[in-house]
Ligand binder design. Sequence first.
Ligand SMILES: Nc1ncnc2c1ncn2[C@@H]1O[C@H](COP(=O)(O)OP(=O)(O)OP(=O)(O)O)[C@@H](O)[C@H]1O
Length: 570
Amino acid sequence: METDSVRVESSLWIGNKRYRAFLSGWYFSWTEIDERNREKKTISVPVSEVIGVKEGRVEIQPQKKVEDTDLDFTLFYVKRNSKGNGIRVPWSLGRTQFCCPSRGVRDQWITQLRTALKTHSPSRPHRLLVFINPFGGKKRGKQIFHSLVAPLFELAGISSHVVVTERANQARDYILKKDLTGFDGVICVGGDGMFSELLHGVIGRTQQEVGVSEHDPTVMLQPCDLHIGIIPAGSTDCVCFTTMGINDPVTSTLHIIIGDSQPLDVCSVHYQSTLVRYFVSMVGYGFYGDVLAESERHRWMGPLRYDYSGCMVYLCNRSYPGQVQYLPADSHISSPRDNTRCLSGCRVCSESKERLFPHFNSSSSLYSANVSQYSSELEGEWVTIEGRFKCISLTCMSSSCPRSPKGLSPSAHLADGTADLILVREANPLGFLTYLHRHTNTQDQFDLPFVEVYRVKAVRFSLPPGEGEEEEEEEEEEEEDVLEDPEKLCCSNIAGHSQQHLAERKERGNVAMSRVKRPGFVCGPCCTKPRSVSVWNCDGEILPHTEISCRVHGQLVRLFARGIEDSTKP
Ligand SMILES: Nc1ncnc2c1ncn2[C@@H]1O[C@H](COP(=O)(O)OP(=O)(O)OP(=O)(O)O)[C@@H](O)[C@H]1O
């Protein structure tokens, strides 16, 4: 294979300065030459990060301008900026105009650069299916796509079919049902909710195509070929932040164009033998469930509702009884307290591929059909923990966001086939506040006596006897009352259920009566009824079940991303 042999070399001019430019296999470099023929600074661009090569003098920002000259060509490439608002530097579009000594030399440069692009960057997408949520975040999805993303796609020769969604779940249904032949990936312009729609569509479609039942909690799901890209335009954009290290539409677009590929673990949530949901970020019971539930009642406040609800729920100082069972991951490989960070090219994640897909055979299609349909992952010693918990969370990734740059579990990995289970036991309010506050600074949030963290492959949660799922039907009946009389909403113990969930329950009608009585006590300012059962917050959606089981599916999907680039490296 050709590696670093020089393919083209010549003098080129940028403005009135002369440069010696050369294209080796993997890099295009140009070095300034002064009047005395001495070499000065060299700029080197990996061919894999070239966005496009155009004849003439071309500008695309702020507006497209083309000056068709015989001697010039313009190179567009990924440029790393000096600072940004994330935990890595943002990317922008670099542009350099070169002037050649003759038209023949110019044409040779263009041909060779384009050939190098095809050879050294073969996995770039050519056609993409784009879903824009016009109502996500600050409602700027359409504007972000048309002003920042589309011009870059055009420059890179990527064609896109754009669907502006008119309802929730339209993107998911489209992916599940429509013909996707010819598309190299699906892109969402929106927030975590839109990403979740694409995730469910892509996983569901892949399983349909190979005849695997998603409802079987023991089945080995088929990894998905179709890549997912995220252009952040939501309120929190946690998945984008965690997989990129930044929420920046241009950085995301450039990763899509160069065809970066980041495998991602996905967790499935089952209730008995029914698939409830998939998630990549987190599922949380107790505090996180209550905050989401409370915030649903204050949607009119906009994004402020999360701060408000967080304060209210904190003041309630609740804890919940339950039994957590987990299947530990191999602690020799990594641990949630080993102070490592999953960065681009992470060794733990790349080595895990062999462990996750031992029958991988590169000559067959992705991950080989030899993999048994039933997983041996669920074999092993389950560990049981009982107690009262302020919150229980399970996260497949660090789940960082601008407010919590290190995230819920700073050493979690994106693609190692594990998740981190965090148990926060009953604690005094000040202790719990310390735990919460440590998510926003550099202190270790796990270094507290009431906090435990485990790296796991699967988790089960059950309520103490007498608090089981059937008894929850009683609460449903109370919810029925609320639906009939919305006035009751503000003081009801369903503070917790999303409007969608309430609607679903109302639709179900026939609610069973239950005779179980709970002790009556006032638990805080936001709730005047007893609460001994919380709800699960799954990536921002309230789950309709409490006794759930979760299982990690290693590297189930692929994103157009490369993980967080280490900004300390040159
Ligand atoms: N046209 C639409 N009308 C109503 N809802 C929609 C529409 N398109 C998508 N949705 C739904 O809106 C929900 C929220 O959208 P999205 O995630 O894009 O923004 P967000 O909630 O502001 O951001 P984040 O999830 O990051 O907090 C998604 O769950 C999606 O299913």
